[in-house]
Design a binder for this molecule. Structure first.
Ligand SMILES: *[C@@H]1O[C@H](CO)[C@@H](O)[C@H](O)[C@H]1NC(C)=O
Ligand SMILES: *[C@@H]1O[C@H](CO)[C@@H](O)[C@H](O)[C@H]1NC(C)=O
Ligand SMILES: *[C@@H]1O[C@H](CO)[C@@H](O)[C@H](O)[C@H]1NC(C)=O
Ligand SMILES: *[C@@H]1O[C@H](CO)[C@@H](O)[C@H](O)[C@H]1NC(C)=O
Length: 522
């Protein structure tokens, strides 16, 4: 090294920096990446080949995903240029080892993507355990391709590529809230599509809350009388459609009913669920009908939502309507309970009902904070109040999902992308057996100030910052978020080109671009 001048070293450093910015624009960063310096050109009839795969694609999941991938690579440009003689990539050869296309918690998502050097008539190769790993590989592949606007052909730079990838956490969620504002079906589908670009894999559907009850449930058909209006509703068939649409894209749907608080809207159709007409929440703990309704809802859910988990809420329960309403306070007295005993009784009974329908249960953290030792061992505690909770949950031997509101609540517009990026789910958890209990994390888009008009720019790009934290191995994550700013800005512009209204990185959540300039500079 003695003969190398510091100017040459600096030049080399700058070159690698600019190369990183231009060449390695992948989000989230894969576990392992290597690349070269060749250029390939995608054939105008870019092909999917699957011979040798154990997976037969009878359901068409792979074929459809491939077509979507080709479309998002073109992003509406006309691609009709004439190809050079050499360096044409004819298609992707996909080998999926598992014949099973059932998606659930823990489904294998790993993949290998190999793109050859500048050979004649070459194919790129994908290997994956499941079709869902192959879908992630398609997403990664799409991010390597660019339309050349001079030649009107699709180019792939820095070949050959070898990418070996798998997620760090099995649960990588985004919550949407369709009670505070109704979200049209098309909006939910757009959100699902956008999640696949960042390799998120759970859509947590906070379907009902105190403000409205928009979903049809056959067991208790008057529940959706609590919708805001006739049209702001989801039929059972709509719910099936959302689940199927999500699953075909590798995304599980987690349904929530938030009991016993956050449930005033249930009583529009069934007023006996209210403690009284002027004290309407939490649900009447003294009434057997309350638990029959929960049983009916979870029975209906189990036919629609096949995810391993159901979310039973359990947060922010104020029991004063129970202690203040004569028939309930008498019931409490007869059962030797005060308000907090009755809260525990309610949550544990609802858990049993969910378990009887085959679900594992997710509850918000207040249940753990109040009576953690009595929760079913099949509980996953959903953190939200602040940091440090996952550590206690894991020490108690329960599983945990991290969503501390100071960093991962998207409705907090003052929570900025760099805080989303730096929020580490395993902070202060060192024992491997406890680390395993943290199944992942979730960013939450509470709906008070969000509807179809602004949800995309409130979710993106901040959800993407969390998505890399949840996907990429810890040792590859930047210690300083400014080191990934350029790459995230590039991803945000990619989302825009794909039709997702992702906001600039500048300023607060969903802020407008601050000045006239090129997209990645905003
Ligand atoms: C587009 O193709 C032309 C002609 O091959 C080439 O000179 C140019 O560098 C390409 N543009 C980009 C952005 O790769
Ligand atoms: C519970 O609700 C009652 C009645 O609305 C209210 O007076 C009380 O402050 C609430 N308690 C808490 C802890 O919020
Ligand atoms: C309710 O009763 C339990 C004992 O069953 C007691 O530990 C708790 O402090 C009581 N809570 C309130 C708010 O009085
Ligand atoms: C982790 O531990 C450090 C040192 O004890 C502490 O300062 C920090 O607040 C902890 N972080 C969380 C999220 O609990």
């Amino acid at each position: 090294m003695a003969g190398v001048s510091s100017a040459a070293l600096l030049a080399g450093f700058l070159l690698s920096l600019s190369f990183l910015a231009d060449g390695l624009n992948l989000w989230p960063m894969p576990a392992s990446v290597s690349y070269g310096s060749g250029t390939l050109y995608l054939s105008n009839d870019f092909q999917l080949r699957t011979e040798g795969s154990r997976y037969s694609d009878g359901s068409g999941i792979l074929k459809e995903a491939f077509q979507r991938m080709v479309d998002i690579i073109k992003i509406a440009h006309v691609v009709d240029g004439s190809l050079p003689r050499y360096g044409v990539l004819k298609g992707l050869r996909v080998l999926v080892f598992s014949a099973d296309d059932k998606l659930n918690f823990g489904t294998e998502e790993s993949y290998k993507l190999s793109i050859p050097a500048n050979n004649k008539d070459a194919y790129a190769e994908i290997e994956a355990q499941t079709v869902y790993g192959a879908l992630h590989a398609f997403e990664t592949f799409s991010q390597l391709c660019n339309v050349n606007l001079t030649t009107n052909i699709i180019e792939l730079h820095s070949a050959p590529w070898k990418i070996v990838d798998q997620p760090r956490f099995p649960y990588r969620g985004l919550m949407i809230d369709t009670s505070r504002h109704y979200l049209p079906l098309q909006t939910i589908k757009n959100v699902i599509d956008s999640m696949t670009y960042a390799k998120l894999n759970v859509l947590h559907w906070h379907a009902v809350d105190r403000e409205s009850f928009p979903i049809e449930l056959p067991s208790f058909p008057k529940l959706w009388d609590g919708a805001y209006s006739y049209s702001e509703r989801y039929t059972t068939a709509d719910a099936h459609e959302i689940v199927q649409y999500a699953e075909r894209r590798g995304i599980n749907v987690l349904a929530e009913i938030d009991v016993p608080g956050h449930a005033r809207s249930w009583g529009i159709g069934y007023p006996s669920l209210w403690p009284s007409s002027n004290c309407q929440e939490p649900l009447d703990v003294s009434n057997e009908f309350t638990f029959q309704v929960i049983d009916g809802i979870l029975s209906d859910f189990s036919k629609i939502f096949k995810f391993k988990f159901v979310h039973l809420g359990g947060d922010e329960v104020n029991t004063s309507c129970w202690t203040r309403t004569p028939h309930i306070s008498n019931w409490l007295k007869n059962h030797g309970m005060n308000g907090s005993d009755a809260y525990r009784y309610f949550v544990l009974r609802a858990q049993k009902i969910a378990l009887s329908h085959g679900y594992d249960v997710i509850n918000w953290e207040e249940t753990f904070n109040s009576f953690g030792k009595e929760l079913s061992p099949r509980t996953v505690v959903h953190n939200w109040l602040g940091g440090g909770v996952a550590q206690k949950v894991a020490a108690a031997g329960l599983r945990c999902i991290v969503s501390n509101q100071d960093k991962w609540y998207l409705d907090h517009l003052d929570a900025t992308w760099d805080g989303f990026y730096m929020n580490e789910p395993l902070v202060n958890i060192t024992k491997p057996e406890q680390q395993k209990l943290i199944i992942g994390g979730e960013v939450c888009m509470w709906g008070e100030t969000v509807d179809a008009s602004d949800i995309e720019q409130t979710v993106w790009p901040r959800a993407a910052a969390a998505a890399e934290r949840l996907w990429t191995p810890l040792k590859k994550l930047a210690k300083d978020p400014m080191l990934v700013r350029t790459r995230l800005a590039h991803f945000r512009c990619l989302l825009n080109r794909r039709g997702v209204a992702a906001a600039p990185l500048f300023g607060l959540g969903r802020a407008a671009p601050p000045h006239q300039d090129s997209c990645p500079k905003q």
